[in-house]
Design a protein around this ligand. Structure first.
Ligand code: ADP
Length: 676
């Protein structure tokens, strides 16, 4: 059985057929009716709309058979499509060499008669055929043939129409998808604008209608979303008064962006007249035709930045004036590069001329040798550890060789982790006069105290004698007078000793006579001594034995007596004073706590300085010279210990000091030694 020849353009033909999206679709009434009509008109039991696929023929409509497709090799229609312009008529297949042994002819279907009209589309592709089939010999008349052609045209029309509907639907779906995408993109753009950390608004039309503004812009305007879709003038009359709309209109007209930095403006913001600084821009938005369709309004609030800068500038100017009028020298050292920039005044203090070059090393060399290392160490501690810098030292002028005392104060300036701009700077003042005054005062105090000491010792002796004599004579009044005199002489002697101590300290002549001892020994002595004197306060001693130190016993006793006497002096009668001794790490820790007037934070930093006394209504009636704590501090520090105060005004104070403990090895050794 010969198969129907395959048309030369079969590949394109099959592609054309596929473009109708008809193969393997469900039956459709329209096509079924056309097949029915063909069968009725041609008076055949079978009518088919057959579409010839690559390897099969598939029936879109079938009347009289149940199979939905057959192999292409069996297909009569495959013959029909070879001649698109002709009707294929087979009156009796049994007599046709092409079909005589075709399964459809010899098999159950028993096909005898076949007539098919090719279904040719607008591009000339024969997609299949509309055919009628009978099981007996037959011939169509002209009317039937023409009707079959008309029906075939109808099939093609329907196929074409159906394809158009599908294409239309696809286009519609595509449009829907695009619309959705557009909306999503628009929403994304809005979201970006909404969350941009910059005030943004979109204006369109010549009246600058507000299409959209993000929260930052609404806040800058002092408005809410009610201004959307309103013209600028109506929505924002406060800003319209500042002439923004006319600037925007110019941008609209010219298409040239307008920009302002740190523009200063004053307008009513949420009903309050306020000043602002803004960096803002009006950017023209241009469409495909090159026309401006809107304006993007962007703004950054610079108010705080500008205000801070202005404040810093004004503070800097004030500082410069203050430095100038106080006749202070200044310096700058870059913490990283160690570049040193001294002011003219600083050069002058170091004995240099204004136009002389002065390096940091050269400056150090002008400091007297005994202070040089201390100053260099303080500078290093400030630069590397950020420690406060406040130091007094003498300089010998480079050219004039004059001795000057200066006080230098400064600090490290550093913002965050920025090491490049970190710098150490400060001011330096000439304190020579003050130092000379102090020196004169010291010399005078030292001399007077020394001169007073001898006669006072004699007076003390005479008083002692008087007391003995009065006791012998049973002269009660004489005894009492002698005791009172003795008390006053003791006070005076204590004062003179204090002044002499100060003089010795300033001249660096204080001597320590160190021995190893248990601190409990001192506390017991002080306890016995002071309990007898101070019956106005309740003294509580709390200590244990075995806290051993190596120190000047008399001087440590002097510190403790001083702190307890102060506690008595500066707290109301009848209150409790606790004296406690314990250990803290490698130190002995001694604390005196009272419930007295207390010391404020500022005074706390000063009371250990020489001659410093707190000046307030509570202290004016209490006598003193402000040297006790100074002497204590010097003695403690000479021992390698620390002294300090924790205090609250009106609540009381704890004055404490530490002294290094004797190392355990030494204690053990001395123990063995004693036993031996
Ligand atoms: P003086 O007591 O002679 O003035 P000090 O050097 O002992 O000198 O003390 C300095 C200052 O510290 C005192 O003038 C006083 O104001 C304050 N001060 C010392 N001890 C106490 C204390 N326990 N409570 C309150 N203030 C004190």
């Amino acid at each position: 059985m010969p198969s129907a020849p395959i048309p030369h353009n079969d590949q394109e033909r099959v592609a054309a057929l596929k473009s109708y999206h008809i193969l393997d679709t469900a039956t459709e009434k329209d096509f079924d009716e056309l097949a029915e009509l063909a069968s009725v008109i041609c008076n055949t039991p079978i009518a088919l709309i057959s579409l010839v696929d690559k390897n099969r023929q598939w029936f879109k409509a079938r009347k009289g058979i149940t199979d939905s497709e057959t192999d292409r090799a069996l297909s009569f229609c495959a013959y029909a499509i070879n001649k698109p312009d002709e009707i294929l008529e087979v009156e009796d297949a049994r007599e046709d060499a092409r079909f005589v042994d075709n399964d459809l002819v010899t098999g159950d279907l028993n096909l005898v008669f076949y007539t098919g009209v090719p279904l040719v589309d607008e591009n000339g592709y024969a997609l299949g055929s509309l055919c009628v089939i009978d099981q007996e010999r037959k011939k169509l008349n002209n009317m039937q043939r023409s009707a079959l052609k008309v029906l075939a045209n109808q099939v093609i029309d329907k196929l074409t129409l159906r394809r158009k509907v599908i294409e239309l639907q696809e286009a519609q779906n595509r449009n829907l998808r695009l619309n959705k995408l557009l909306i999503t993109k628009q929403q994304e753009a809005m979201q970006i604008i909404k969350n941009t950390p910059m005030a943004m608004a979109l204006h369109t039309g010549i009246d600058m209608t507000i299409v959209f503004a993000n929260d930052m812009m609404l806040n800058a305007w002092g408005k809410d979303e009610k201004v959307f879709q309103l013209p600028f003038n109506i929505a924002l009359p406060e800003l319209a008064a500042l002439d923004f709309p006319s600037t925007m209109r110019r941008v609209y007209r010219t298409g040239i962006r307008y920009e302002q930095n740190e523009a200063h403006m004053t307008y009513s913001h949420f009903g309050i007249l306020k000043q602002f600084y803004y960096n803002y821009a009006f950017t023209p938005l241009i469409n495909e035709d090159g026309k401006v369709w809107g304006i993007l309004n962007t703004a950054i609030d610079m108010t705080n930045v500008v205000r801070n800068r202005l404040a810093a500038e004004s503070a800097e100017q004030q500082l410069r004036l203050a430095v100038q009028s106080a006749d202070l020298g200044t310096w700058y050292i870059n913490a990283q590069t160690r570049e040193f920039i001294p002011s003219s005044k600083l050069k002058e203090l170091f004995g240099y001329r204004h136009d002389d070059a002065l390096s940091y090393e050269a400056a150090l060399m002008q400091i007297t040798e005994d202070y040089r290392a201390k100053v260099a160490a303080a500078v290093e501690a400030t630069i590397t550890q950020g420690e406060a810098y406040d130091i007094e030292y003498p300089i010998v002028g480079y050219r004039d060789k004059k001795l000057r005392w200066v006080r230098a104060t400064g600090r490290l300036y550093k913002s965050g982790n920025d090491n490049e701009t970190a710098h150490f700077s400060g001011t330096i003042a000439d304190i020579t006069e003050r130092k000379e005054d102090e020196q004169r005062k010291n010399d005078f105090i030292g001399m007077v105290s020394h001169e007073l000491k001898t006669p006072l010792t004699s007076i003390s002796g005479y008083t002692q004698l008087q007391l003995v004599r009065a006791s012998k004579n049973d002269d009660k009044q004489g005894q009492e007078l002698a005791i009172k005199s003795k008390r006053q002489i003791d006070r005076m002697q204590a004062l003179i000793t204090g002044f002499l101590d100060v003089a010795r300290i300033t001249e660096g002549k204080i001597m320590l006579n160190k021995t190893d001892f248990d601190i409990a020994v001192i506390i017991k002595t002080v306890q016995d001594e002071l309990l007898a004197i101070h019956n106005t306060h309740k003294l509580n001693f709390n200590f244990f034995e075995g806290v051993k130190i190596q120190a000047d016993q008399d001087k440590v006793e002097q510190i403790l007596v001083n702190l307890i006497n102060n506690a008595v002096k500066y707290s109301p009668q009848g209150t409790v004073i606790n004296i406690k001794c314990s250990t803290k790490g490698n130190d002995a820790f001694i604390a005196v706590t009272d419930h007295g007037i207390g010391v404020n934070d500022i005074d706390q930093t000063n009371i250990f300085k020489r001659f410093y006394r707190v000046d307030n209504t509570q202290t004016t009636l209490i006598s003193g010279f402000g040297i006790g704590l100074y002497i204590c501090k010097e003695i403690v520090e000479r021992h390698g210990g620390k002294i300090g105060v924790d205090s609250k005004i009106g609540k009381g104070s704890t004055f404490w000091f530490t002294l290094p403990l004797l190392p355990v090895a030494e204690i053990n050794n001395s123990h063995i030694h004693l036993k031996a």
